[in-house]
Design a binder for this molecule. Structure first.
Ligand SMILES: [Zn+2]
Length: 632
C-alpha cells in the first residue's frame, strides 16, 4: 500500500493515504456466498498462506462510523479452521472474545477459515441490524471479515468475491474486476478499504447516475435497492434535486473531495432498519420503502443522504485522533463526536434546504425540533461533552429514559441535535464578526477541503486544530466558546445562533414534521406538552422527569389504556390535549404499570405544543441567507 505522511505544523495531523485498489499480490482471499441471504445467513471462506506456529484470527470489534464495539461477534457461527485439508482445534480468547487462537502445524501451505454470519431479524445497531430479506442483501464486509489478529487491516490485500442469489443485481462503489453469472469478482483492495465499501444486492435494484465520471464533479450515483419496483420510481424532480445536493455539498468544501467516485447505497425497505453509516466513497443509507416516492416521507428523511455524504469529508477524511486506531481491535475515543457528528448534523439539515429537498421554512422547523429534543431534562446533569464520551454505549442504551440520558426519540445522543444549535451559533458568529464576508463554509473549506491529488486519505485532528482553523477564518475565543457549551449543565438551551440570527423558539399547536422524522409509525411526540413520547399502542417509551406526565406519576414503560374515560388511541390523546386548553378539570389517564392499573390525573392545560422558530422584529434575519443556495 502507498503510505504518505504529510508534513504539518501539528503533532496528530499526519495524513495517511489509503490504498483503494491495491496492485500488490493479494495476501488473502475472501469468498462470500449470499445465495442464502433470504434465509438470513451468509456463508464465507477466508484463505491465506499458512505460517506455522501459534496465531489468532480476529473478528472486527470497533467499527468505524458506528463509534463503538458493535462488531456482531454473537452472529459469527459455523466456524471451522483448516491447515490445508486438516481441521484445527481453536479456542476463543477469554479476555478478547473476538479472537480465536490455534496452532498451525509445520509444513502447512494454506490456512482457510469457513464460517457463517447469521443475520438477525431484529435488534442490533447500525450495520448489525437486520441486513437481508427476501429481496435485498446489504453486505457489510466486516460482518464476514476474519483476519490475522494484530495485523493492520490497511496492510492486508484482499481479493474478494461475492455470489449473489440467482438473478439479483449488485451496486456499490467497490471496484468490480469481472462478473461471471451471479459471481462478482472485486478488484483486490486493502482489508481496510474493503470494509469501507459495503455493497448492495437485490432483485429490485436501480442505479441512478446523478453525475457521470466525465462530469466536472466526477461520478456520483444513487444505487437504490428496494422491496418492490414501485419504490424505485423516483420522480425526476427529486433526482434533479439530488444532483444539486452534490453541487451544494461540494461547494461547502471549495469543490475538493476525497473520493474517486461516490455512491449512496440506498435501501428502501420497512424491515431493514432506518439509519445511515458513512464511508469514504459511499454510505449505507436505509429508509422506509416509500421514502423516495412519497413527498412527505422524502422531506422527513431529507437530512440523511446529505448527512452521510458530508461525512466523506467530516469523519472519514478528517477524523478525530481518538478514532484513528489502526484497525478494529483498539477502543475508540469518541470525545470529538460533537465535531464529527454535530457539524455533520448541522450541515445535513442545512444542505437539504440549500438544494431544495426542503424549503427554508422547513429547515427552520428542523432546527426548532432539534431545540425541543435537547431541552430534555438530562442536560441538567450530563454536560454535552459526556454525551460524546459516552457514545460507545449511549447509542444502544435501550429501555426508555431517553430524555434523562440525553438521547433523541430515535436514540441518538444529544451531540447530534445540540450540535446543530452550537454550529449554527458558530456560523452566525462568524458572519457577524466578518460582516458577512466569511461563513462556516470557509472553515469547512479550510479544515476539510485540503486534498491536492484527489486520493482517499485520512488525516487525524484534535480540538485545538478545530479552534485554530476557526480563528483563521474569524479571530474569536473559540476554545472558550466551545468549552462553555460542552461543559455547561443547566436547562438553558444554546439558542444564541437562533436569536442572533433574528428568530426565537416558540411552541404552538401547529405540527412540526421533524419532531419525529423517521417515525411514521403512528406514535405521538408529546414532549412539548406532557413531556412524553407514546407509541401507537399507548406505551410510554420515554417520560421526561420534571414534565407534567412524570410529575403526576406516568413513567417510561407504562401503557396508557384510557384518556378522559375513553380507550386510548393516539387520536384520542391528541383530542384530549386540544381539549385541555378549555378544561375545568385535569386530564385523566388510566395506565397499566406491568399488570397493575392506576388512574392518574395530569394537571395540564397547555394543548398541543410543537416547536417552531419565529421572526423577531428589529433583528436582522441571518438564517434565511444561511439556507440560500450557493452552488453555481
Ligand atoms: Zn453521522
Amino acid at each position: 500500500m502507498a503510505l504518505a505522511v504529510v508534513a504539518t505544523t501539528h503533532g496528530v495531523a499526519a495524513a495517511r493515504q489509503m490504498t483503494a485498489a491495491g496492485t500488490s499480490k493479494p495476501s488473502m482471499t475472501l469468498d462470500v456466498d449470499a445465495t442464502d441471504a433470504p434465509l438470513k445467513i451468509l456463508h464465507a471462506r477466508m484463505s491465506m498462506p499458512a505460517r506455522p506456529g501459534a496465531m489468532s484470527l480476529f473478528y472486527p470489534k470497533w467499527i468505524p462510523g458506528e463509534h463503538m464495539a458493535s462488531g456482531p461477534i454473537a452472529n459469527l457461527t459455523g466456524l471451522h479452521i483448516f491447515a490445508d485439508d486438516r481441521e484445527l482445534e481453536w479456542r476463543r480468547d477469554l479476555v478478547e472474545t473476538n479472537a480465536f487462537a490455534f496452532t498451525v502445524p509445520d509444513g502447512a501451505k494454506v490456512l482457510t477459515a469457513t464460517y457463517d454470519y447469521i443475520v438477525p431479524y431484529t435488534g442490533g445497531a447500525f450495520g448489525t441490524l437486520p441486513s437481508t430479506n427476501a429481496k435485498i442483501a446489504v453486505i457489510n464486509w466486516y460482518t464476514v471479515g476474519l483476519y490475522p489478529a494484530g495485523q493492520s487491516p490497511a496492510s492486508i490485500t484482499v481479493a474478494p468475491t461475492l455470489r449473489a442469489p440467482a438473478g439479483w443485481k449488485h451496486g456499490g462503489s467497490l471496484d468490480v474486476a469481472s462478473v461471471d453469472g451471479d459471481v462478482i469478482r472485486y478488484a483486490p483492495t486493502s482489508l481496510e478499504m474493503l470494509n469501507d465499501h459495503p455493497v448492495l444486492l437485490g432483485q429490485h435494484l436501480r442505479s441512478i447516475t446523478l453525475w457521470p465520471a466525465d462530469s466536472p464533479v466526477g461520478e456520483h450515483v444513487i444505487d437504490a435497492v428496494a422491496d418492490s419496483e414501485w419504490a424505485l420510481q423516483f420522480p425526476p424532480s427529486r433526482i434533479e434535486i439530488y444532483k444539486r445536493i452534490v453541487l451544494e455539498e461540494r461547494a461547502v468544501f471549495g469543490g475538493v473531495g476525497h473520493y474517486r467516485k461516490y455512491h449512496w447505497l440506498l435501501t428502501l425497505s420497512d424491515n431493514l432498519g432506518a439509519f445511515g453509516v458513512e464511508h469514504h466513497e459511499c454510505a449505507d443509507d436505509r429508509v422506509a420503502e416509500n421514502t423516495f416516492v412519497d413527498d412527505d416521507s422524502a422531506r422527513r428523511s431529507s437530512l440523511l443522504l446529505p448527512h452521510e455524504f458530508f461525512h466523506s469529508w467530516n469523519g472519514k477524511a478528517r477524523r478525530p485522533a481518538g478514532l484513528v486506531t489502526g484497525g478494529y481491535e483498539q477502543p475508540m475515543k469518541d470525545d470529538l463526536l460533537w465535531v464529527y457528528e454535530g457539524l455533520t448534523n448541522y450541515y445535513g439539515e442545512l444542505l437539504a434546504a440549500r438544494a431544495g429537498l426542503i424549503s427554508p421554512a422547513e429547515w427552520l422547523d428542523e432546527v426548532a425540533a432539534d431545540a425541543m429534543s435537547v431541552s430534555a431534562p438530562g442536560r441538567t446533569w450530563r454536560p454535552l461533552q459526556d454525551t460524546a464520551d459516552s457514545a460507545p454505549f449511549l447509542y444502544t442504551a435501550g429501555g426508555g429514559w431517553l430524555g434523562w440520558r440525553r438521547q433523541t426519540a430515535g436514540g441518538l445522543p444529544a451531540f447530534y441535535n445540540e450540535g446543530t444549535l452550537i454550529w449554527l451559533e458558530a456560523d452566525v458568529t462568524i458572519r457577524k464578526l466578518t460582516n458577512g464576508r466569511k461563513t462556516l463554509d470557509d472553515f469547512c473549506a479550510l479544515f476539510h477541503g485540503q486534498n491536492d491529488n484527489g486520493t482517499i486519505w485520512v488525516k487525524p485532528y484534535d480540538a485545538d486544530e478545530v479552534y485554530r482553523s476557526l480563528n483563521q477564518v474569524a479571530a474569536y475565543g473559540w476554545k472558550a466558546f466551545f468549552d462553555e457549551r460542552l461543559r455547561s449543565k443547566g436547562a438553558r438551551l444554546p439558542l444564541g445562533g437562533v436569536e442572533a440570527g433574528g428568530y426565537h423558539l416558540v411552541y404552538t399547536a401547529e405540527p412540526n414534521m421533524f419532531t419525529d422524522p423517521w417515525a411514521l409509525d403512528g406514535s405521538l411526540n408529546a414532549y412539548g406538552s406532557l413531556g412524553i413520547h407514546v407509541t401507537a399502542d399507548g406505551t410510554v417509551d420515554d417520560a421526561w422527569p420534571g414534565a407534567a406526565a412524570f410529575a403526576a406519576g406516568i413513567s417510561t414503560g407504562m401503557k396508557i389504556v384510557a384518556v378522559n374515560g375513553r380507550r386510548f388511541s393516539v387520536d384520542q390523546l391528541r383530542r384530549a390535549l386540544v381539549a385541555s386548553m378549555d378544561a375545568k378539570t385535569p386530564m385523566e389517564f388510566i395506565v397499566d404499570n406491568a399488570g397493575y392499573f392506576k388512574t392518574v390525573d395530569v394537571d395540564y392545560r397547555g394543548g398541543l405544543r410543537y416547536p417552531h422558530l419565529e421572526r423577531v422584529a428589529g433583528v436582522t434575519d441571518l438564517l434565511t441567507g444561511i439556507a440560500a443556495p450557493r452552488a453555481r
